[in-house]
Design a protein around this ligand. Structure first.
Ligand code: NAD
Length: 444
């Protein structure tokens, strides 16, 4: 693999290059910053589709056409330098202004599930805040990640910026991730991944913004538009074959509308498993099922595979338009408690919506990541949103609308639930700086 365009042989070399790039970037002014970010977005609009197909091919995870959507989403809806608008207060005592300063070189660790969308999102957010970044990407996605970093570098240089604002190494490992986490010239970490890497980052002495795992429950109550709920849950849960941390992973439905919900799911691209088929599927999707009410250990070879591919493991052949496998299960079933990252959706019937919300809170394990409800009762929506207290809560839509895809608002692919930032954005990669002028500069 060729070095250059932001790719360096070691973390030390990448950090040194990023540090030099940061120093010259700091001299360049805000107009240049805006131009660079525009150029990064244009390049990713041109190249996002190719990167999406490369990512699906290299990792064997997810659906290429959904990765195209993810790349377009982060390219267009990650906030830019405008996120750093200064805040001003004036009054009898004078004037106070808060501005946002860069940290320098940020270390970012990225997942295999969203390799390119995380790199595009993190790069735009960090460079918008005036920083440089060193990526340690997932080893299983290193080819596409290197290509992505090179393209971003070229876009920055083409717009008059310094080389090496966005850097990486060609052969990342767990050791090189630790090198990033402990490097003296990296003051801040952004870590996106499972519980192991989040724990490692929080053990360091650095400021760490951590985007960890989730297990999003979707509740459907008796007041919901049940047909729409079934359609939305299938679309949301099957998005990129369920690998996105925000995708619906469990459905909890009030008994009186459960039959209609499952009918709507099957009418919208779900295959409903019979009980004996579920027994067979459990044996292939879990390495260990584990005790009731606890997560099991999934078979990593099936993470992010399509519904058709997973069903073929138990001898069931379905058409390509089947996007999701649905199975009715009791609440203690391991599928309910596991972040499976496969398009296999457990559906649990409960007596009433209070019971549903209670199970949703418990099966989310306190990650406070993402949850959703389908209901037309605003009191119930409010009650569940409060009980979940998650980074993202969606009412009456697929969960990807909470990422800004078909919903309002900006996007992020690093949703920092353990450390509380929620959807990360440029101002999270900035130091807040206050200037107070006493007794003057209120001009009215
Ligand atoms: P993963 O934890 O296996 O890997 C993530 C990154 O961390 C990789 O670069 C990996 O090399 C590195 N890593 C893993 N263990 C490490 C350790 N002990 N020390 C140092 N580095 C380590 O996760 P994955 O399979 O790539 O991604 C899926 C997981 O990430 C899921 O749990 C998902 O919910 C979560 N995720 C969360 C968000 C979010 O925004 N909150 C976004 C994407 C993925």
């Amino acid at each position: 693999m060729e070095l250059g365009d932001g790719i360096h042989p070691t973390i030390d070399a990448a950090v040194a290059a990023a540090r030099r790039a940061f120093n010259s970037y700091s001299e360049m002014g805000l107009e240049t910053r805006r131009t660079l970010v525009d150029s990064m977005r244009s390049a990713m609009l041109r190249e996002g589709e190719r990167l999406a197909y490369m990512a699906a091919e290299e990792t064997g995870i997810g659906r290429a056409e959904d990765k195209v959507v993810k790349n377009r989403l982060v390219t267009t809806k990650t906030p830019g330098p405008e996120d750093l608008e200064p805040q001003v207060v004036t009054g009898d005592a004078g004037m106070m202004i808060t501005e946002y300063a860069p940290y320098g070189v940020i270390g970012s660790i990225t997942p295999t599930t969203n390799p390119t969308s995380t790199i595009i999102n993190n790069s735009i957010a960090m460079v918008s805040a005036g920083n440089a970044v060193v990526f340690n990407v997932h080893p299983n996605a290193s080819l596409v990640s290197v290509e992505n970093v090179k393209l971003l570098n070229r876009a920055i240089v083409a717009a008059g910026g310094p080389s090496d604002l966005v850097t990486a190494i060609p052969h990342p490992t767990l050791d090189s991730a630790r090198d990033v986490m402990n490097h003296p010239d990296i003051p801040v970490l952004l870590v996106t991944g499972g519980p192991g890497v989040v724990k490692e980052a929080l053990k360091t002495s650095k400021k760490a913004i951590t985007a960890g795992p989730g297990n999003p429950p979707a509740v459907v109550d008796q007041t919901a538009d049940v047909e729409a709920a079934g359609r939305d849950i299938v679309r949301g849960a099957s998005f990129d074959n369920n690998v996105i941390c925000t995708d619906e992973k469990t459905t909890i439905v009030v008994d009186s509308v459960a039959d209609r919900l499952v009918q709507s799911m099957t009418a919208n691209g779900a295959y409903r498993l019979k009980d004996h088929e579920l027994k067979r599927l459990e044996r292939v999707i879990f390495r260990e099922t584990g005790p009731p009410n606890k997560p099991g250990m999934v078979n990593p070879d099936l993470i992010g595979k399509s519904a058709g591919r997973i069903l073929s493991e138990i001898g069931i052949n379905v058409d390509d338009d089947v996007r999701l496998v649905v199975a009715e299960v009791p609440r203690e079933h391991n599928l309910v408690w596991t972040e499976q990252m496969m398009p296999v959706m457990p559906v649990v019937r409960v007596n009433n919506v209070d019971d549903a919300i209670d199970l949703a809170v418990r099966s989310e394990h306190g990650f406070r990541h993402t949850a959703s409800i389908h209901s037309t009762n605003v009191d119930t929506i409010t009650r569940m949103a409060r009980a979940m207290n998650c980074s993202i809560f969606v009412a009456n839509g697929p969960n990807f609308s909470g990422l800004g895809e078909g919903g309002e608002g900006f996007t992020s692919f690093s949703i920092a639930s353990p450390t509380g930032e929620g959807l990360s954005r440029p101002r999270h990669f900035s130091r807040a700086r206050r200037v107070s002028v006493v007794g003057a500069l209120r001009i009215v």
